[in-house]
Ligand binder design. Structure first.
Ligand code: SF4
Ligand code: MSK
Length: 654
């Protein structure tokens, strides 16, 4: 029996989740919140990373009486091997997602893309220029074919470093080169890391940790960046768009369909199909007033960013959405979809449909996504959900009334445009605002939720403190949804909550002080934005110098471990709301939390409380401002051509 059963108010920040948690308890259904209670006293060996089950002489556990495994591996080796395997899992997930998109781009270029097409030719041509692909006189299909070939090679390249690394500041590239962490092909990094963590191969924790950063770089500056570039080409580069967030977006009289997971291919087609007269008529014939298409997690973020499709919730709300009793169908693709969903859905009328052959869940209906006939496939799914509407049990329906308005869609292009307009799109106004201390710095708050702590609490409390202190906040993933649910993703928030300097800047350009930049794969957009700040000049010549910090307050996934590592390897300090599973090795802990500062310019910091995180962030930003000489109120220094030439950072892109 669990020792302590928490009250719903202690489990979640927002009223919609609280209401639904109470409903779940009344209906006696299990959720991750209650399962967390039954998992109390989680294994200390696992928590500290000192359980090794890499070979079958084990499993071995390190204790003071047994300081080495059967093979002789000590705590440092075991902890570092486990850590690298987590990074591998995260990098593989992001990058495999990227690979699917590249393969789709290739099909489109070959004229075999069915209902898909290149929606954003400008994004395609801009990518071609970044990778030095000839575009003049060539059709978009020819360019797309060459680009997809180049991207596929980024996965398989055996010796050369990734070409995508060249999108980073030159100094970052030379740091990676000098430290031996410039990744070759993404697939090669994943395979090599799995080899190195096999029994009896790489035993030096330092070597293993450097490989962790190398593998993570193949994600952030490889697989994830490629995924974002290709998504923009195929589905359009996001621009600011209004929408709503939280369980209250579900319709009382509409057929509710939720998309959940990460991949945008199917949800893009659903967004088209749902508007066709054939489908709306079908819904009306079934007695519904229409269809509500909404999302959970990052598939939600993908279609939110491009179509303004509402968000029903973030990671810990996936089960709560089912508990409303008002969801006809939940479509799950890859990553972050809980295996509990079909069991839970059995208590209601919701049909859980898995769509991807690499991600099946027992109890879910599996309908393999037919990419070549995507629109018809999407229509058939929606009709199936409509057919399920009659099975909704009114006695079990309770949709919370809460949903909040928001603005999302802040790609780097969109930010540039907001800052400078059509003709002067540039990061100059942002750099100037930072130099003049109207904006103290930029903080990326990213990552998941975790039932170890109250849903959204850390994320929202930290975010509020930071904007008040004139810190511009960039968000992705479930952390962005947390702010959306709190109503903090609107320009009006700037008026109410942001500090004076940040408010003035936001008002002048009409943007919110918290910018939703997309899904967790789109953390690459945060790196891109930070790189733009460096390229714009005046704030140092590499990413470690700009007043910027990354935070993963409520993280839980291996992807978050990889994201943290590629931020740190890019010179950006990262605050973690929970420590990694590394406590069993002082050496590994010291390497990640201190030594990395000397190697890359950034390191990890664990702050389990938002107030501590806030203090640490302000200290880090102040230190960076001091190092740059912009800590005192100085005359505004505009960079002239001479200054910019000294920076020598843009040359590689020309
Ligand atoms: Fe034990 Fe070594 Fe095998 Fe790990 S690799 S399970 S420490 S014997
Ligand atoms: S969905 S990885 S819970 S952000 Fe991207 Fe949310 Fe974290 Fe999954």
């Amino acid at each position: 029996m669990p020792k302590e059963v928490k009250k719903a108010e202690d489990r979640a920040w927002d009223s919609a989740s609280i209401e639904t948690l109470i409903k779940a308890a009344q209906e006696n259904v299990d959720t991750c919140f209650t399962r967390m209670d039954t998992q109390q006293h989680q294994c200390k060996f696992g928590t500290n990373g000192i359980c090794c089950r890499i070979c079958h002489m084990g499993p071995c556990r390190i204790t003071s009486k047994a300081p080495r495994g059967v093979c002789g591996a000590d705590a440092d080796t075991i902890v570092a091997r486990n850590f690298l395997r987590e990074v591998v899992g995260g990098a593989a997930a992001h990058s495999d997602h990227g690979r699917h998109l590249v393969l789709l781009l290739k099909k489109v270029a070959e004229g075999k893309g069915g209902d898909y097409q290149i929606r954003d030719e400008k994004a395609l041509r801009s990518a071609a220029r970044m990778y030095k692909i000839e575009e003049n006189g060539r059709s978009r299909e020819e360019i797309a074919l060459e680009l997809s070939g180049l991207f596929l090679k980024e996965f398989t390249e055996q010796e050369e470093s990734l070409k995508t690394l060249s999108l980073s500041p030159v100094k970052q590239q030379s740091i990676w080169q000098n430290q031996g962490v410039s990744p070759a092909g993404i697939d090669r990094m994943v395979v090599e890391s799995m080899h190195r963590t096999h029994m009896g191969v790489d035993h030096d924790y330092r070597n293993l940790l450097l490989q962790s950063f190398r593998t993570a770089l193949s994600d952030g500056w490889g697989g994830s960046r490629i995924a974002t570039i290709v998504s923009d080409i195929l589905f359009g580069t996001p621009t600011p768009v209004r929408s709503n967030a939280n369980l209250g977006v579900l319709g009382k009289d509409t057929v509710n369909i939720l998309v959940h997971g990460h991949e945008p291919e199917l949800s893009e087609m659903l967004a088209v199909a749902v508007q066709t007269p054939e489908i709306t008529d079908y819904a009306k014939k079934a007695g519904a007033t229409g269809i509500t298409l909404a999302g959970i997690c990052c598939t939600a973020n993908e279609i939110l960013m491009r179509h303004g499709i509402p968000v029903a919730g973030n990671f810990l709300q996936q089960e709560l959405a089912v508990v409303t009793g008002a969801v006809e169908m939940m479509l799950i693709d890859v990553q972050c979809c809980m295996p509990s969903l079909p069991d839970l859905a059995a208590a209601y009328h919701t049909e859980i449909v898995s769509t991807t052959d690499i991600a099946k869940t027992r109890g879910a209906t599996h309908l393999s996504f037919d990419e070549e006939d995507a629109l018809n496939y999407a229509k058939n799914l929606i009709k199936r959900a409509i057919d399920n509407y009659k099975n909704r049990n009114p006695q079990k329906v309770a949709i919370p009334s809460t949903s909040k308005p928001m603005v999302a869609g802040f790609s780097v292009d969109a930010i540039k445009y907001m800052l400078g307009g059509n003709f002067r799109a540039s990061f100059r106004p942002l750099n100037d605002a930072i130099i003049q201390n109207r904006i103290k710095g930029v903080v990326g708050i990213v990552g998941c939720n975790n039932p170890k702590s109250k849903l959204d609490d850390y994320i929202n409390r930290l975010t509020q403190k930071l904007i008040k202190e004139n810190v511009l906040v960039l968000k992705t993933g479930c952390a962005a949804i947390a702010s959306a649910k709190e109503g903090m993703l609107t320009p009006e928030t700037a008026l109410e909550q942001a500090g004076k300097g940040l408010r003035e800047v936001c008002e002048a350009v009409g943007m919110p002080p918290i910018l939703h930049m997309g899904s967790c794969v789109d953390n690459s957009r945060i790196l891109e934005a930070a790189t733009e700040v460096v390229f714009e000049g005046g704030l140092g010549d590499d990413l470690s110098q700009i007043p910027a910090v990354g935070v993963a307050p409520e993280w839980m996934s291996e992807k978050a471990v990889s994201i943290g590592c590629y931020f740190v390897a890019s010179g950006i300090d990262v605050i973690l709301g929970y420590p990694f599973h590394i406590g069993g090795s002082e050496n590994v802990t010291q390497f990640l939390n201190e030594k990395t500062k000397d190697i890359f310019g950034g390191s990890f910091h664990v702050c389990e409380d938002p107030q501590l995180a806030y203090q640490k962030i302000i200290k880090l930003l102040d230190q960076k401002r001091k190092n740059l000489g912009i800590d005192k109120k100085a005359e505004r220094k505009l960079y002239d051509m001479k200054d910019r030439r000294k920076l020598d950072v843009k040359a590689h892109l020309q």
